[in-house]
Design a protein around this ligand. Structure first.
Ligand SMILES: *Cc1c(COP(=O)(O)O)cnc(C)c1O
Length: 402
């Protein structure tokens, strides 16, 4: 049988994945595992989900042929515009779907973790929409650093609980969310924001984001007469926008997959979030995957200029694709991402999120044939990053002199 890069019946992607959860959550995760496919594949769910994606999120998102960037890189470059979604990124595709799943499972209360606050805002948004109580755990340091998103979450009606354990950042917030879930396993649904966590979460999130590649297929067929590209490019934190971008092409070897992770100050330094380059096999947030850790297994702090890629793990789907060489993975350093953000801004009039700028920067590391069709996902918009761009415009070369 031909091997697939999608999840297997046991919840694994090759040697990665699984569900390593505390005993007290075992039956909750087991119930989710038993129910999610039946619910998500029902006509009722699909209809409600698609209606929200179309009328609330604003889908389909455009597939835009970037003429000036195409000329510059010597290929046919198309941008998948997730930046144009409601709330400004792809994350809403997932939270809309998970809250529907929570409701169908009879859950009454939503919890989530957030780092920079983007996932927290996407969760608070759908909780306002569905009138469900929402608690978001966020590291106390992140609460301080991400003031605007904290206020957005509160304005949307969520309770933001600052976490003072560990380094006061994302992994501590995740631990706290899991602790809450352990105390309220029956009435509470935990909305995870990326293709991470115990099985079936990586598969749930990948399926909910797969609308991205479903649309790419239809849009490419219409625009080019061929429904697949030569290259797909996406940035990866946990891996959800990348999973959505590649989902319907993952086992199609005609399509080359390129992932851009956050190099920070360099993948060979201690100031990095390049998990695939610098990590080793471990268990993080309930899944066996690649993790940045000390030799004795302590999780290390990830470091990147981009808050959304600042995660010391990687989804098991991507870990498997990386070790099997299905995907080519570049570590993009902070200065390269900043420069790429300015380049896209000046060349196409699109200010991308800093996370997405990592994917743009990968273009400069690749060599194309002039008729190669390249689809790159712009995972989010850059409004939230304008201060960072201005503070670092010295890294932007000729674009930074204004
Ligand atoms: C959160 C975020 C990411 C990283 O998350 P993935 O799960 O890897 O997609 C990328 N881009 C934007 C705009 C984000 O908000």
């Amino acid at each position: 049988m031909k091997q697939s890069y999608l999840v297997d019946q046991n919840g694994y992607y090759g040697e990665f994945g699984g569900a390593y959860v505390p005993e007290i959550l075992y039956s909750t995760v087991e119930a989710l595992k038993e129910q999610y496919l039946g619910i998500m594949e029902s006509e009722e769910f699909k209809q409600e989900y698609m209606e929200l994606l179309n009328d609330y999120v604003g889908r389909p998102s455009p597939l835009y042929r970037a003429a000036r960037m195409s000329e510059r890189y010597g290929c046919e470059l198309y941008l998948k515009r997730e930046d144009l979604n409601h709330t400004g990124a792809h994350k809403i595709n997932n939270t809309v779907g998970q809250i529907l799943l929570a409701k169908k499972m009879g859950k009454k209360r939503i919890i989530a973790e957030t780092g920079a606050g983007q996932h927290g805002v996407a969760v608070a948004t759908v909780c306002a929409l569905m009138d469900m109580p929402c608690v978001v755990y966020q590291g106390a340091l992140d609460v301080e650093r991400q003031h605007v998103n904290v206020e957005r979450m509160k304005m949307l009606g969520a309770e933001v609980r600052p976490v003072f354990t560990g380094n006061h950042t994302l992994k501590d917030a995740t631990n706290e969310a899991i602790r809450d879930w352990c105390c309220h396993p029956h009435d509470t649904f935990y909305i995870i924001g990326s293709t991470v966590g115990p099985h079936p979460y990586p598969d749930i999130v990948a399926r909910l984001q797969s609308i991205i590649s479903k649309e790419i297929k239809e849009q490419l067929a219409r625009k080019t007469g061929r429904d697949y590209p030569d290259y797909l490019i996406a940035c990866i934190g946990g891996g959800s926008n990348a999973a959505g971008t590649i989902y319907h092409y993952i086992d199609d070897e005609r399509v080359k997959i390129v992932l851009a992770e956050a190099g920070g100050q360099g993948a060979d330094t201690s100031h990095t979030a390049a998990t695939i380059h610098a990590g080793s096999v471990g268990i993080l947030h309930g899944s066996r995957t690649l993790v940045m850790q000390t030799p004795d297994g302590q999780i290390m702090e990830a470091e990147s200029i981009s808050a959304g890629l600042d995660y010391p793990g990687i989804g098991p789907m991507h870990a498997n694709m990386a070790v099997k060489k299905r995907a080519t993975v570049y570590a993009i350093n902070d200065d390269e991402a900043i420069r790429a953000a300015f380049e896209l801004t000046r060349t196409e009039g699109i200010i991308p999120a800093l996370e997405s700028a990592h994917a743009i920067a990968a273009l400069g590391k690749m060599h194309f044939n002039s008729n190669d069709v390249v689809v790159l996902t712009v995972s989010g918009r850059g409004d939230k990053d304008v201060e960072t761009y201005l503070a670092n415009k010295a890294m932007a070369g000729e674009y930074g002199t204004f």
